[in-house]
Structures are given as structure tokens and as C-alpha cells.
Design a protein. Structure first.
Length: 341
């Protein structure tokens, strides 16, 4: 009988946030409130995505964002919902988003006094929405540098990734999960739709040291750097002793590709290409939060030559190449990239 009751023992995200408040930077209730509001937005966006096929919210708006990408209706909806919920927390003085050319600053009295700024990709993998493939949201939180009581400034958002106080993602998948870190391990919560709560399901996630999955858009093979090509060729060699050939898995939503590799072991790459010499992924709201999570889970994240979290951003929508995942696989890619053939 006890084992049946045990199945009903749940720890909700909010309960966990309160119980673990001492783990948070500066142990403040303010920070808890901010994460709580991100959780609320996640549930609302989840509801929108779930019924997207019925509610005429698939497809494009007809506009492009600052990086020239076609904006989907759901890019816009998720962006607005996250901005308004984060603003309602009263703890955040500004947001940088993939879908806004410039930083968004809040000038009501409470927000001006907020200690935190948020960088986010409101909908990651949005090109996949039409085909009902898993998509995500990525967020990253910093302490502001500018004085409290004043408007947030660009400098607040151009901090090195190692200054992040928290980062996480929501994956809208076969189940919806919120995964986050505050620098004390990685925790995953699965949304139980019947009670409308994120419940602790993945306690202190550690990623396997190695793995046999490689995730990369191989269509770009011909324009990858030689070191990346050599790594991809290496993945395909028949070598049972080293678990090769590896398996190729690529969804095209970084959150989903990263999440799978985090749990089962693998490496995700978005290398430079001829068309995109800095790669495609954006440093402050895609690479930094994912790198923070990867390192916290025992993995590694670099550009192939440099640790992601040590890069000083120079602009809001800056792109960098990304190699992230299991420690020894990322190291292997670096060896191939640095070797002189
Ligand atoms: P977003 O939908 O936020 O613009 O991000 C798309 C990104 C990322 O999710 C994914 O890994 C990558 O684009 C896929 O790009 P390719 O189609 O070039 O492989
Ligand atoms: Mn986009
Ligand atoms: Mn993205
Ligand atoms: Mn996006």
C-alpha cells in the first residue's frame, strides 16, 4: 500500500523553489518570485502550443526579426506572454529577446527597482511548429549592473555567461518540462496537466560522461570547417570497441536536441558555415543558458576552441558556433578542430 501512496507524493516547482531558497543567489524571495512567474508563462504558452492546430495560431505573421528570420504567430504570442508575466513579477527591470531588436525596459516603480534582467528565446525551433515537433523556450537571468531605481542599460545584458545567476528551458514535448539551474545542479520538473503544476521528476540531473549520439545539420557538411568534417566522418566509422558508428539524431529545435542528449549522452553542434561564419545560434539567449546547464550537469560547452561562458558579448544578437553535450564528446570535437591534418 505504501508504494501506491508514494506515487502520489509530488513536489511542485513552487514548493521546491521555497524549500531551496537558500540555494539561490543572494537567497532572496525576489528571485523565487521571478522564477515563479516564468513558470506561469510556461503553462500559458504550453496551453497555446497544445491547441495551436485548432486555434488558427500556426503560420507566419509576415514580418521578420532582427536576424532576418520569418516570425511565426507563436513566436510573437510566446514573446508577449513571457514579457508580461516576467514584468508582473516586479523583480525584473528589462528583457532581451530574440524577437525584439532592442532591449525592452520596464519603467514602472516596482520594475525599476528590480535586481534582475532576463535574456530569452521565447520559442526555440519555431520553424518546426507546423509539423507538431517539440519546441522550447530558453531563459537566462543576471543581476543588473546598472543602479537600482534607474532604467536597465545595454551593459546589463552584455555580461559574460559565467555571471548568470540562473538559466533554464521549457520543452513542449510529448510531456512538457521545465529544467533549470541556479548553479547548484540541474533540476527538471514535468507538467502534470491534471493538476496544472510542474512536479519534480529529474532530481540533480547528471549527463553521461560520453554517449553515442551526434546532432548536427549534416546538410551543411560541405561548408563546415575541416575539423568538424573529420569529427563527423569519425562518428560513422565502424568500430564496435569505441561504440561506433554513433547514431545521428537531429530535430532542428536546439532545446529538444539538447534535452535528449543531456539525458542519454551525446553532442550537439552548430558549427560555422560559409553562409553563417559565426554559426546560427545566439550567444546571450541560446548558447549561454544551454552552456550553463550543460556544465552544471557535468558536460561541456565551447565554440570548438573557447569556453562559451567566458565570451564577453559585444552585441545583443551576436552569434557564436556551439559544441555542447557530454564532456568527452565535446573534447573529441575540440581535438579534431584543433588538430593539423
Ligand atoms: P529559433 O527557432 O529560436 O530561431 O532557433 C532555431 C535554431 C535552433 O533551435 C536549431 O537548433 C537551429 O535553429 C536549427 O537550424 P537549422 O535549420 O539551420 O539546422
Ligand atoms: Mn527564430
Ligand atoms: Mn532558438
Ligand atoms: Mn526563437
Amino acid at each position: 500500500m505504501n508504494h501506491i501512496l508514494k506515487a502520489y507524493k509530488v513536489t511542485t516547482l513552487n514548493q521546491f523553489l521555497i524549500e531551496r531558497q537558500a540555494d539561490f543567489p543572494y537567497a532572496s524571495g525576489e528571485f523565487t518570485r521571478l522564477l515563479h512567474h516564468i513558470g506561469i508563462a510556461a503553462k500559458i504558452v504550453n496551453r497555446a502550443i497544445n491547441k495551436a492546430g485548432l486555434a488558427d495560431i500556426l503560420g507566419s505573421i509576415g514580418t521578420t526579426n532582427v536576424q532576418g528570420e520569418d516570425q511565426k504567430k507563436l513566436d510573437y504570442i510566446a514573446n508577449e506572454l513571457f514579457i508580461s508575466s516576467i514584468r508582473n513579477s516586479g523583480e525584473c527591470c528589462g528583457i532581451a529577446s530574440e524577437e525584439n531588436d532592442e532591449i525592452v525596459t520596464f519603467d514602472d516603480e516596482m520594475s525599476l527597482d528590480g535586481k534582475y534582467i532576463v535574456c530569452m528565446d521565447p520559442l526555440d525551433g519555431s520553424a518546426n511548429l507546423e509539423s507538431n515537433v517539440s519546441v522550447g523556450t530558453i531563459f537566462s537571468i543576471y543581476r543588473r549592473i546598472s543602479p537600482r531605481g534607474e532604467k536597465a542599460t545595454l551593459e546589463d545584458f552584455l555580461q559574460e555567461g559565467q555571471k548568470q545567476v540562473a538559466a533554464g528551458y521549457i520543452i513542449y514535448g510529448s510531456s512538457t518540462m521545465l529544467v533549470y539551474t541556479t548553479g547548484k545542479g540541474v533540476y527538471g520538473f514535468t507538467l502534470d496537466p491534471s493538476i496544472g503544476e510542474f512536479c519534480l521528476s529529474h532530481n540533480k540531473v547528471q549527463t553521461p560522461k560520453s554517449g553515442k549520439i551526434y546532432s548536427v545539420n549534416e546538410g551543411n557538411y560541405n561548408s563546415f570547417p575541416d575539423g568538424v568534417k573529420r569529427f563527423i566522418d569519425y562518428c560513422k566509422v565502424d568500430s564496435p570497441a569505441t561504440n561506433r558508428p554513433f547514431s545521428s539524431r537531429y530535430i532542428g529545435s536546439m532545446v529538444s536536441d539538447f534535452h535528449r542528449n543531456l539525458l542519454v549522452g551525446g553532442v550537439f553542434l552548430y558549427p560555422p558555415t560559409k553562409a553563417k561564419p559565426e554559426g546560427k545560434l545566439r550567444l546571450i539567449y541560446e548558447c549561454n543558458p544551454i552552456a550553463f546547464l550543460a556544465e552544471q550537469a557535468g558536460g561541456r560547452a565551447t565554440t570548438g576552441t573557447k569556453r562559451i561562458l567566458e565570451i564577453k558579448p559585444t552585441s545583443l544578437h551576436q552569434r557564436v558556433p556551439l559544441v555542447v553535450g557530454s564532456y568527452t564528446l565535446v573534447k573529441r570535437v575540440e581535438e579534431f578542430m584543433q588538430e593539423v591534418p
